[in-house]
Ligand binder design. Structure first.
Ligand code: HEC
Ligand code: HEC
Ligand code: HEC
Length: 132
């Protein structure tokens, strides 16, 4: 049975290939994404909520904003630091976080979430106002 050594060699090669990604990615699998802060955001210094709060709760705030604007007709949001904002998704959030791809999407892709908001709301960067 001279085939034996080939079978063993075959198995060694097989496992080497199968296990390569595990070995190769050890300790560095899926690093957290770097979100990009625009110059506008840097100049503003803070978000519409404190950092930890916006990180965790921005989706709830957006739901609340949608309701205050479209159901209650309220068009002012007074933030924790007494600054006033128009409670708008594209105008306000994307007005400051100017690059959705490098900010919202980068994080959402990492977390495998795809908000359906963009079925209707338009990322201002994707509008070309009739330009070619
Ligand atoms: C079916 C279409 C549709 C979808 C999907 C949708 N919206 Fe809207 N949204 C609207 C319309 C229409 C308005 C009213 C616009 C106005 O009054 O100026 C609105 C208004 C808003 C407003 C307040 C006004 C503004 O300028 O932003 C917020 C905030 C908002 N939506 C957030 C969201 C979020 C967050 C999602 C996803 C979780 C979402 N919307 C998904 C259609 C949609
Ligand atoms: C006036 C500018 C401005 C507006 C408007 C604004 N942000 Fe921010 N946002 C910032 C800044 C600046 C930071 C970083 C804050 C810090 O590091 O303390 C930030 C941080 C964040 C973070 C956390 C990022 C991280 O590092 O984990 C999220 C999420 C976020 N914003 C979402 C939103 C959403 C959603 C809206 C609209 C509801 C919004 N922001 C409106 C300026 C803004
Ligand atoms: C620091 C990472 C991070 C950034 C930056 C970020 N998000 Fe999120 N977002 C998340 C995570 C994580 C979830 C899912 C949370 C959950 O499922 O409980 C989420 C969920 C959402 C949801 C709800 C989606 C759903 O289907 O339930 C909306 C709406 C949303 N984000 C809007 C935004 C917008 C708009 C921006 C950019 C202005 C933004 N996010 C930036 C991490 C981020």
């Amino acid at each position: 049975m001279n085939d034996k050594k080939w079978i063993v060699l075959g198995l060694v090669v097989f496992f080497a290939i199968v296990l390569f990604p595990v070995w190769y990615n050890r300790g560095k699998a899926a690093p957290a994404p770097e979100v990009w802060l625009s110059d506008t955001a840097k100049a503003a210094e803070t978000c519409v909520k404190p950092l930890e709060d916006i990180r965790r709760n921005h989706m709830h705030l957006l739901d609340q904003w949608r309701d205050t604007v479209s159901r209650e007709g309220k068009r002012v949001f007074v933030a924790w630091n007494d600054k006033e904002y128009y409670p708008g998704l594209t105008t306000t959030c994307l007005g400051c976080h100017e690059d959705k791809a490098k900010f919202c999407d980068r994080c959402h892709n990492y977390a495998s979430v795809s908000p359906y908001c963009w079925d209707c709301h338009i990322n201002p960067k994707e509008m070309n106002y009739g330009k070619k």
